[in-house]
Design a protein around this ligand. Structure first.
Ligand code: AMP
Length: 428
């Protein structure tokens, strides 16, 4: 068993609030410091105003509190090399090195990795010069999938129905719309099917599957409107049957961890596989080098085991010593409440009433882009502001609980999707 632990949790979103909520329940926890954290996390530990990408600041904070474990929430801290810097000072870190994190931070890296190790994914090409990228479209069928190479907060993918729109997307990306993240574009074969997100923990050698979820990326009901960071999730996703899960594990997850170690970049942390469930089996859409937000929220509600020993074991190479993870049989749902105008131009500063109410044992409200005035008033301070999460014996009941809580929150400048979980409920 791992010893008592002082923990530094890096990040400030709904994902980190959900992690803090779960970690705060751990019998092993002696001190939780979140940096920079959010108002919802204040009740679960201390907050310190150090940014997620301030690597030196985070390392100094970890040293100051004598952290036994640092948990990296967001991908920007992975890319900034926080795990590498912590390794230099000998502090265990849950989260991959920047090199291992290229599975998320460079789509070109991941496509080449998949090709080299024969992992199932869409055929592709990588281009830097607009004329070459446009000419290459001739080798693909519509709809065309055009992606910025680097991190673009989930907004760097265009599915273009026509060649003209694909050419415009190429011009836009290589023309600097995404800064350095768009210095290269990846063009991919279009894959048809339902999507699911599969998670796995690894200590660099051993891995453990860590549940699955399905999300809703579009802003409005009926999967309409612009792409967002995610407007809601539910778990487990019925589309990911046992057979498909087994196939994804054997053909993708297990060989990925093995190949990363063999390539000299052992992966320590959580790997998030975005899957397309195609008629030929599960194929990789993308890897992420951290928990999803808002996928993490539903996983935390369903996880029965104490999370902390597992995260610590990933950081210290001891995952193989721990028993299998245990999960509640319940379903979980997360409905995101966003500020009007999100994702383009969210309205900031508006007041939210009623979000602190007691919604009962099976409902938890996580904060994301929220702030709190000295007098306690809760305000919108970002795009996605609140995560209304609920558990229930089935998805229908979990969903009723979440929307029941939303009905009691008074925030006319916010919006949410009223159809989270529709796909799973339609198939049931
Ligand atoms: P990504 O950021 O790579 O996960 O892509 C964002 C979204 O674009 C995915 O969740 C899919 O819905 C869609 N997408 C990405 N790549 C493909 C592809 N090759 N075929 C079909 N849809 C895709």
């Amino acid at each position: 068993m791992a010893p008592a632990m002082k923990v530094l949790l890096v990040g400030s979103g709904g994902r980190e609030h959900a992690l803090a909520w779960k970690i705060a329940q751990s019998a092993l926890l002696t001190r939780l410091v979140s940096a920079p954290g959010n108002p919802g996390m204040a009740g679960l530990g201390e907050l310190r105003d150090v940014g997620a990408t301030d690597v030196q600041g985070q390392v100094a904070l970890a040293q100051e509190i004598e952290a036994d474990l640092v948990i990296i929430g967001p991908e920007v801290a992975v890319e900034a090399g926080l795990a590498d810097a912590l390794a230099e000072v000998g502090i265990p870190c849950f989260g991959p090195t920047a090199a291992a994190g290229r599975l998320e931070s460079s789509k070109a890296f991941t496509k080449a990795f998949c090709a080299r190790h024969e992992l199932p994914t869409a055929g592709y090409g990588v281009y830097q010069i607009p004329a070459e990228a446009k000419a290459a479209l001739g080798r693909f069928e519509p709809p065309y999938v055009i992606k910025a190479d680097g991190l673009a907060a989930g907004k760097g993918v265009i599915i273009a129905p026509s060649r003209a729109e694909a050419e415009a997307a190429i011009e836009d990306m290589l023309g600097g719309h995404f800064g350095q993240a768009g210095a290269r574009v990846v063009i991919e074969e279009f894959m048809d099917g339902e999507e699911a997100s599969l998670f796995a923990l690894s200590d660099g050698q051993t891995y453990r599957l860590f549940g699955a979820a399905q999300d809703h990326k579009r802003a409005y009901d009926g999967d309409e409107g612009p792409n967002t960071g995610g407007m809601g999730t539910y778990s487990p996703p019925p589309a990911l049957t046992e057979d498909l899960l087994e196939a994804a594990e054997q053909r993708l997850i297990a060989p990925t961890f093995k190949a990363m170690a063999a390539d000299g970049s052992p992966y320590r942390g959580v790997l998030y596989a975005g899957l397309m469930l195609t008629p030929e089996g599960p194929k990789l859409v993308e890897y992420n080098a951290r928990f999803g937000d808002p996928e993490c929220q539903v996983l935390m509600l369903r996880l029965k085991s104490d999370l902390l020993p597992y995260l610590h074991a990933c950081a210290t190479g001891r995952l193989g010593d721990l028993p299998e993870l245990e999960w509640h049989d319940d379903c979980a749902i997360c409905v995101v409440m966003a500020a009007k105008g999100y994702p383009e131009d969210p309205l900031k500063g508006t007041e939210i009433k009623g979000a602190d109410a007691d919604f009962g044992l099976d409902v938890v409200v996580f904060n994301a882009g929220a702030s709190r005035d000295p007098d306690g008033t809760l305000r919108a301070n970002g795009g996605r502001v609140l995560n209304i999460c609920a558990r229930g014996p089935d998805l229908k009941i979990a969903r009723e609980r979440a929307y029941g809580a939303i009905a009691r929150i008074d925030w006319s400048e916010g919006f949410y999707r009223s159809d989270i979980g529709w796909r799973a409920l339609a198939s049931a």
